[in-house]
Design a protein around this ligand. Sequence first.
Ligand SMILES: [Zn+2]
Length: 253
Amino acid sequence: MFVDTHCHLNVPSLILQLPELLQRAQAAGVTRFVLPGVAPSCWDDLVAVAGRDSRIFAAPGIHPLMAMGFNEETVAKLERLACHAVAIGEIGLDYSDDTVPRLIQQTAFRLQLRLALRCGLPVILHCRRAFADLLQILREENVAKVGGVMHAFSGSPETAQECIRLGLHIGVAGPVTYPNAVRPLEVVRRIPLEHLLLESDAPDLTPVPHRGSLNEPAFLLETARRMAAIKGISLEQIAAVTTTNARQLFGLP
Ligand SMILES: [Zn+2]
């Protein structure tokens, strides 16, 4: 049994085929799904989808590239939804794109971290080209009190170690299966299994051999197989430990 700790099943391309997607996931052993938010406009959908299916869990939040217009009213709405959530996500910093000024991203990030701490919820973190600032803010805001996951982690093994020292998990996604994967592979090799989580990030980051098609939770199995090969242990062990990690972090049944 696997938990897909990061999938966007609420996006139009996936929600339209949700029953079939869930059936294929079930057949692959993927039985629980955490759905991060990206903007306030998707939060109600997210909570509704999770409310209809006991295998699906909502993690509303604002993606750094959607942080324009984030204000106190948004924070208040997010706080009202917190009782339906297993985490706040996906939040963080993204300096690969300058459409949202860094200061606005940082403010939205800090306010959501404080909210997560007030509600006692872990965080799902998105970071691109911003590790130094992200780690500093996480430290200043005491993220260790709630924990969280560095989603689709793309940094170095050294940065991964630093994240672990802050009490975070490392999210492993499809890129670890790519033939040219170097850093993701080193991260999986060097980070203890107790700190790793599996995620699809569907509909993105499709693993080998499904590249070219839309990603879906069933394909998580390919990432898990790769992880098992790198660690030199069985797929069953990968399933057992990563599922325990996910259930503990998100408080899943
Ligand atoms: Zn995502």
